[in-house]
Design a protein around this ligand. Structure first.
Ligand code: ATP
Ligand code: MG
Length: 412
């Protein structure tokens, strides 16, 4: 027998029985985001590798270990591991800073990261996300968080936890970084390999480490003292304070988490995640924050920005399965030409209709109808001659004969 080819590790088919849930995620995104004035943007799935090296940051796990990169005609190309860099590239390239602020964009689609596959972690996964450009005030941070919560509510997910933190600005953060490095120096040899590697380039990332022995180290009182200290400058503190004020006013519950630093290099001031207790160890459904220097770093004009991304697989695993709708009608008929004609008439009017395409016996057709449809439309020789249709309600077994023109009124 010829060898079967299987789906690659870390990738999955989205099968027909799952696609209703996916459509619901996407439909709700469109509905909820457009209420806030967001427009959809679709950027290419692959981009120049340099975009991610500069846009995501070369001290991140994504850029260091997780990118799918290949060469084509001497160009280094990468499958997008996330979509913020692509959206920012497009924002700059299409001169969107000319538009009146805020520019509000949303996206959905596949992302690619070479990670160890496990529950809630794939190599091709999907994100839905938003980016808002042009507003430096904390109103923007509050609005994107509110939008995330609203979207989750629209899906029936009400009990998720919003965590927030402020990373300050490059100025006040620098001092904090130094302090973190200092206090962790005596522990350097006890840190995990990743943390040792990040220590110089990205010391804040250490706080995010999931390795138990590192977490224990960070619990030490002298280290906690630095972590919990209020390092952010007055302006950053005001921004953070006002964000919390808006969230309080809007009754968005949140917890402050000083260990929340997020994996990407580009964030400043506000960072946030939304977590679920029902997801096991990959418990974050949403991650985001403010990235005021990214547009400039990628060659655009100075433009403040804030956004988030949600993992659609993780969202899906929190949602109940959706039962597919039955067909409105299944036509039971021994003359395919007549069945075709009636089916097309009804489909044109928007009904979901099927009939037997393979010449099965009448009784088999009826059996099939009762499995897949709400009504059986029986077209026997008599009905065809008299231009009538026997309509059988498959839930109650009631059957009436109606004029062909009247079928639609009787299957609604
Ligand atoms: P994690 O800490 O789980 O690796 P992250 O910080 O790398 O997350 P982001 O880049 O912020 O994640 O992406 C936002 C969201 O996308 C995550 O909260 C998660 O729901 C989802 N996500 C990220 N990576 C994956 C993956 N490999 N498989 C499935 N979903 C993912
Ligand atoms: Mg990750």
């Amino acid at each position: 027998m010829t060898k079967m080819i299987k789906v690659l590790k870390g990738t999955k088919d989205i099968l027909p029985q799952e696609s209703l849930q996916w459509q619901r995620l996407e439909q709700n995104a469109l509905n909820v985001f457009s209420r806030y004035g967001y427009k959809e943007i679709r950027t290419p799935i692959f981009e120049a590798t340099e975009l991610f090296a500069r846009g995501v940051g070369d001290t991140t796990d994504i850029v260091n270990k997780e990118m799918y990169t290949f060469e084509k005609s001497d160009r280094s190309i990468t499958l997008r591991p996330e979509n913020t860099a692509g959206v920012v590239r497009s924002f700059i390239e299409n001169n969107m800073s000319r538009l009146s602020a805020p520019v509000k964009l949303w996206y959905k689609g596949p992302m690619f990261r070479y990670e160890r596959p496990q529950a809630g972690r794939q190599r091709q996964f999907h994100q839905v996300g938003v980016e808002m450009f042009g507003i430096k005030e904390p109103t923007a941070d509050a609005e994107v968080i509110l939008l995330a919560v609203d979207y989750l509510k629209s899906l029936g997910l009400n009990d998720l936890e919003v965590e927030i933190n402020s990373l300050g600005c490059p100025k006040c953060r620098e001092e904090y970084k130094q302090k973190i490095k200092e206090v962790l120096k005596p522990e350097f040899n006890n840190l995990c390999e990743d943390c040792q590697n990040r220590y110089e380039k990205n010391p804040l990332r250490l706080l995010d480490c999931k390795v138990e022995s590192c977490k224990e180290i960070f619990e030490k009182p002298e280290i906690q003292k630095v972590i919990q200290s209020d390092f952010i400058c007055e302006e950053c503190a005001k921004h953070y304070h006002d964000l919390k004020l808006y969230l309080d006013k809007l009754q968005v519950p949140y917890v402050e988490n000083k260990l929340l630093v997020r994996g990407l290099d580009y964030y400043n001031r506000t960072v946030f995640e939304i977590k679920s207790n029902n997801l096991g160890s990959q418990n974050a459904v949403c991650g985001g924050g403010r990235y005021d220097s990214l547009v400039r770093n990628l060659g655009g004009e100075d433009t403040p920005a804030v956004g988030w991304a949600m993992g659609m697989e993780r969202l899906n695993s929190l949602l109940p399965e959706i039962e597919p709708d039955k067909l409105d009608a299944y036509i039971v008929c021994n003359s395919p030409a007549d069945a075709f004609e009636l089916a097309q008439e009804l489909r044109e009017k928007g009904s979901k209709v099927e009939f037997d395409l393979s010449n099965k016996k009448f009784t088999k057709q009826l059996e099939k109808a009762s499995k897949v449809a709400k009504y059986a439309l029986i077209l026997g020789e008599d009905e065809i001659k008299t231009n009538k249709v026997a309509v059988k309600n498959l839930a109650t077994s009631e059957q009436i004969t109606v004029d062909r023109n009247d079928v639609l009124n009787n299957i609604g």
